[in-house]
Structure formats: C-alpha cells, structure tokens
Design a binder for this molecule. Structure first.
Ligand code: BG6
Length: 520
C-alpha cells in the first residue's frame, strides 16, 4: 500500500493556484452508499478534482461501504468509468487518474450488521497504520435517511466515530445528506439521536446550495460593499422573489420524491437557505457560528403560515405532459414508479414575511418546480417605485421599478435594472440592465459546490453547513404548509403543463400583493 503523490493534472492549467492553507491534512473519507447516484454524479468527481488541484493530502483515501460485491477492483473500475465519463475530468491524464483510483477501497457489507463495521475498522487500520493518531476520518452518509440513526449508532458502538474535540489531528466528522428528517418531529428526533453520540462540531448537515459560488457571493455582495446595505430594508425594497426552476422531471428518483414532494425537497432546505442569506443581519465575523446564528434568527422571525392559511399563502401544482426544449415529456403521474393518482406537488410557491425591524411588511415570494420552462435559480430584489414621477408617461406606459438580480445558475452573475432616457429630443424612459457575469469576469466556474463543501468539512469549517437549530427552524416554517395541503379534502392537485412557468394559483398568489412573477 504505497502512498502516491497526487500530481497536478491537466486541469490545473485552467484553474487558479490553490492557497496552501486550503489544503486538507491527512484523512480518510468513508462513504456509506458509495455505489449510489450521489457518489457517481457528485462526490467522486469532486474528490478527483480536489486531488488534481493538489488540495488533498497525498495519502488521502476513500473507503466505500455497501452491499455490492467485487471488492476494491470492482469499485475502482466503476469509479474509473465515472472519471472517464465526466466532461470536466476529461483532461485528467491516465497516470493521475490511476494514482487517484489506487487510493480507493471497498468494504462489502450490510450497513445494519455489526460485522460490517468490524471489517471497516480492519480496512481503516490497514490504510492508516501507525499514522492513525494524525489522520482525520470523514464519514459521509449517502444513504436513505431511514438508515441514519442505525449507521450512526454502529459508528459509535464500534468506536469508529468517537466523540472527540475538534482540535485533535485525528478528528472525526460526519456529513449527513438531506433530507434531514421528514418533518419537525422526525428532524428533532434525529438531532437528538445524533447528538447522543457526536458533538455538534462533528456533525456537518450538507445543503449543496450553500457551496454554490454565487450563493457565497451573496454574502460578499452584501457585506463587503457599502453601497447596498443602506437600501437593503423595508424602506427601499418592495418585495423579494426567490426562484429555483428546473427543467428536469423527477428522473429516476420517484420512490424518494413520492415521499418528499417539492416542499421537502427544495423549500425546507435550499430555498430557505437563500432566504436567510438574503435577509440576515451582518454577522460580526465570517465564522461558522456567527454566520449561522444570524441565519437562525431569520428563520425564527419568519411568520409561520398556519395549516389553515396554507392554501391562501401558498400554491402547489404537479406537472402534466408538455414540451421541453422541443421534446415531448410525460406527465409526473406517468413517470416510472409514480402512483397514477399521486397528489404529490412538483411545484410550489409561497409567500413569507420576516417579522423584524428590517423586513416588516416586505413579502418574500419563493417558488420552485420541476419541468419548468427552463432551468434557472435566482434571487430578485425588487425595489420600491419612486415616490413621485416628474417625467410625463405616455398612455399605458409605466415606470418599471429597479430590480437587482443575483443569478445563481446557470448564468452566475448580478444584474441591475434601472430606467434611462432613450436618446432623442423628447424625454422617453426605458429600462436597461447593467450586468456582471462571473464567466466574463473570471472565466467559467472551476469547481463544484461539492468540492467547496467537502474541502470545508475536511478543514473543519462548518460555516456553509446547517446547524441543528436551523434544520428545526426550517421545519417549523415548512411543516404547517405541508400539513395544510394534506388536510384539504381530496381535491385533485392543479396540473401545470410541462414547459410552462407553473400553475395559475402561483400567479394569483403574488398578484394579491400587486406584483407578478419575473420571467427569467
Ligand atoms: C436536490 C434535489 O437537493 O437539488 C433535487 O433533491 C434537485 O430534486 C436538486 O433537482 C437541484 O440541485 P441543482 O444544484 O441542480 O439546482
């Protein structure tokens, strides 16, 4: 078992040099559920990228754990295909790729059986050897949430993941994937179970939205510039729209999605994260607890929509058939694995209020859906109209308010809409956009959200991970909406056409405040 040096690969040329202090120390990452979709699509490519960038220790190792047979060779060969199929990793030289693959091991076993953890301990002992006291362990739970408590209990009983202080070289951290709980009660119970065996500083609840470049840039935009802060409040902002639209359907995740629906899948985590970052007060420092405390305060200030008010303060829908990018796509109920009479929402829109000094009376409209017209995630801050307009408007002409749009994907950037005079002898107004594009300014984004978050975890930085109280704070807001819709008599859920911008109810929801959804 040699410890190869991770050489820079071809990708390095395109990437900015990494900061030495951002290099992870020696550690092993243990992935439960390593043959699943998440490992193939996100985790392995992210790790390979980090290795190529020289951000992982040369002795970094990955141990996959699961039922699949075939040992190290089968795991490595499957992951070789992942690297070869990844467009972004195409530049990786075969020698670099093989060196990375040599650091992958496989432990076969049932995650519910104690002997699996014994075999895992043996594998870790052989990888870590005498170096164990100087190596960290990162456990990644990429498994169905129903298994979380049992796996965590086994990790604790087997001694593989003891409660340790964070300053130890042999740190132990556990990354837990969403969904964290199915509702408030189950999230609380899960928090309780996890905290019985691990300290909060060892628990990293991941929300990949927080690793996205522009999401982090929102904090920089707000708190590293003095221009915006004076107008970032109820005196100047009329409302905020947060959109996470996807053109994909449920894909092959029907069994999960039938249980989750869009409110659990996107609102409880990603959308509320975007809301808290938009609305939070400036923290004193850019440290995990300072930032996370401010975010939790926002969640606590959101006025919960009661179940009875859910149909008034939110709208839901499910995609029917339609056209996306010129191709016919089937309805949600016709997707494999979906109940033909399913009432699970694939779209939701909701109106929230943050009851505090800064935001009193400013509606925050959130919407997310699958099979929408196009994929776009953005935060749009709509400012108030000027109090008095001295310029004459022609019949039917109206002045558009200023809108600041933080584009998260696919076009990462910031744009500001404002009125200008159209050149000419008369005074006519027209809206224009001033655009900052990440790609134009810095080139295409060079790393994924998972790269950022995995590296942060290895470095012990929990700023971009969700604390226990934030998970519960988010359920407090979303749970009553889910309950409200579930309690309604079994009326059918509104169907929206795939390729549209969602159901009519969503337009009516925002229209009650005299506003309308942007068409991004
Ligand atoms: C996941 C959801 O958390 O986020 C998926 O489970 C969704 O349903 C995905 O498609 C969206 O992520 P992104 O990064 O593509 O916006």
């Amino acid at each position: 078992m040699t410890a190869p040096v991770v050489a820079p690969c071809a990708l390095d040329e395109a990437r900015p040099p990494a900061l030495a202090e951002r290099r992870a120390g020696p550690c092993t990452m243990i992935i439960f559920g390593a043959r699943g979709d998440l490992t193939r699509r996100k985790l392995l490519p992210a790790l390979a990228h980090l290795a190529c960038d020289g951000l992982l220790d040369p002795t970094f190792a990955v141990v996959g754990v699961g039922r699949a047979a075939g040992g190290d060779d089968a795991f490595r060969s499957e992951m070789r295909d992942v690297i070869d199929d990844s467009e972004e990793l195409r530049g990786t030289g075969s020698a670099t790729r093989e060196r990375f693959l040599e650091r992958l091991w496989w432990v076969e076993g049932d995650l519910r059986a104690a002997d699996t953890y014994q075999r895992l301990a043996d594998c870790l002992a052989s990888i870590e050897g005498a170096d164990a006291p100087n190596r960290g362990r990162l456990f990644y739970l990429a498994i169905p949430p129903s298994l979380y408590p049992e796996v965590i209990r086994h990790l604790s009983v087997s001694g593989l993941a003891p409660r340790v202080d964070d300053d130890r070289a042999a740190w132990v951290r556990v990354i837990i994937e969403k969904p964290f709980g199915h509702d408030m009660a189950s999230a609380r119970e899960l928090n309780r179970q996890v905290s019985e065996t691990l300290g909060e500083h060892q628990i990293f609840r991941i929300d990949h939205y927080l690793g996205k470049e522009t999401v982090q840039n929102l904090l920089v935009l707000r708190f590293a510039n003095s221009l915006l802060e004076p107008v970032w409040n109820r005196d100047h902002i009329a409302h905020v729209q947060i959109t996470a639209a996807e053109s994909v359907g449920v894909e092959h995740r029907a069994s999960y999605y039938e249980e989750a629906g869009v409110l659990r899948d996107m609102f409880q985590n990603h959308l509320l994260q975007l809301l808290t970052l938009t609305a939070m007060e400036p923290p004193n420092t850019f440290e995990a607890d300072a930032v996370r405390t401010e975010k939790v305060k926002v969640l606590g200030a959101i006025v919960p929509v009661t179940p009875a008010l859910a149909p008034t303060m939110s709208a839901v829908g499910q995609y029917g058939e339609g056209m996306i990018d010129g191709e016919h796509v089937r309805a949600y109920r016709d997707e494999p694995g979906v109940d033909r009479a399913s009432r699970v929402p694939t779209y939701a829109a909701a109106r929230f209020e943050v009851a505090n000094w800064r935001w009193e009376g400013v509606p925050f409209f959130l919407r997310s859906g699958k099979r929408m017209h196009r994929r776009v995630t953005e935060i749009a801050i709509q400012f108030r109209r000027p109090p008095h307009l001295m310029f004459p408007l022609r019949d039917g002409e109206r002045i558009e308010p200023n809108v600041l749009v933080i584009g998260i994907q696919p076009d990462e950037g910031i744009s500001l809409r404002f009125e200008v005079k159209v050149p000419g002898v008369d005074v006519r107004l027209a809206p224009v956009r001033m655009v900052f594009s990440y790609a134009d300014a810095f080139g295409a984004s060079s790393h994924s959200a998972y790269e950022t978050l995995l590296l942060d975890c290895m470095l012990g930085d929990a700023t971009l991970f969700t604390r226990a109280d934030a998970v519960e704070g988010a359920w407090r807001v979303i749970d009553p909406i889910i309950q409200g819709w579930q309690q309604l008599p079994a009326a059918d859920i509104p169907i929206y056409e795939a390729g549209s911008w969602g159901p009519a109810g969503a337009a009516a929801l925002i229209a009650r405040d005299g506003a309308r959804w942007r068409t991004p």
